[in-house]
Design a protein around this ligand. Sequence first.
Ligand code: MLT
Length: 410
Amino acid sequence: MALINDHYLKLKAGYLFPEIGRRVNKFCEENPSAAVIKLGIGDVTEPLPPAIREAMHAAIDEMGNPETFRGYGPEQGYAFLRDAIAKNDFQSRGVDISADEIFVSDGSKCDTGNILDIFGAENKVAVTDPVYPVYVDTNVMTGRTGEADESGRYAGLTYLPVTAENNFVPALPDSPVDLIYLCYPNNPTGTVATKETLKQWVDYAKANGSIIFFDAAYEAFITDDEIPHSIYEIEGAKEVAIEFRSFSKNAGFTGTRCAFTVVPKELKGKTAAGVTTDIHPLWNRRHCTKFNGVSYIIQKGAEAAYSEQGKQQIQSLIAFYLENARLLREGLESVGISVYGGVNAPYVWLKTPGDASSWDFFDELLQKAHLVGTPGSGFGAAGEGYFRLSAFNSRDNINEAVTRFQNVVR
Ligand code: MLT
């Protein structure tokens, strides 16, 4: 009989969001008249901006014409999109990233998982706690961990707690690690990293020969001029970091799928025999072998995100979701809840009232207010006693959610 990948059996229950979905579906079946408001998964609710839709329509027409029809595109992404990304997201901020260091893909979730393909299984891996669960689960799947303990922490991973006690700034690891996942603006806590904090990590990585996986999927929500949008704004980061970016949360592509990963040419690793090796060609090889590129239509839509109109329309979307975050934050604070994040990020992270456990509070909110959030403990042991609310929803739903939340905790 065929052998399975046993490492999958170490995974705790289901992936967090499907697990929440199961509980919510059960509740809805039992309470069919309940008007449930979902602030759980960070999925956008506003339509694609007009400039993007127009570009997609035009691309569909091109695909319907034999003169302009296209089959396979370049696996790394079309030059028009890679150029637009390099120019607008990096060079405009004084960061020297070139188009051929950008790999267009169908999502940062996939890329942050797939990146492990090109790194040895023996690497020591550090994650913050709480953390976006994909980083941990993909390490488990690829055999880089032992079993989970009672709290859900896997043997072999280095966990760096981020809580109100340390102001959500992870301490540098006590013992050397090779791969470090950082996510800023942070999912789930909605907090950001200053230049000084990122510099510490870049310096650490340089001193220890580590590589940072920097997930910047939420960078468009940064409103504070002092906060870096890219880790490459820190000197020397191109030698030690891979950055993940996405069109999902800024331009509304969670359903249409487009993202990109930056692998600088300066980045090096070493072979088992100790030979220093470039990382860029490895990722290029992996990408070209296992991926056939994002559809032309979607890439044309993503390119339009950088047009003058596209930029303005995206700015309005971001402002809309950030206003939702403000309403959530202030509405919760007004009834005495301790709230974090939600200023430079679409996530509001809160301390559960009365020290309730994260899942108990999830159940209470669902039962009493028909509100769905995400239990902090689902993001890691140090998230216990916290809860995440997503600002991605209609204004009416956000206002209604605040009222219902206040009624439960008052
Ligand atoms: C989240 O809610 O944490 C995100 O939507 C998950 C994701 O982007 O994959």
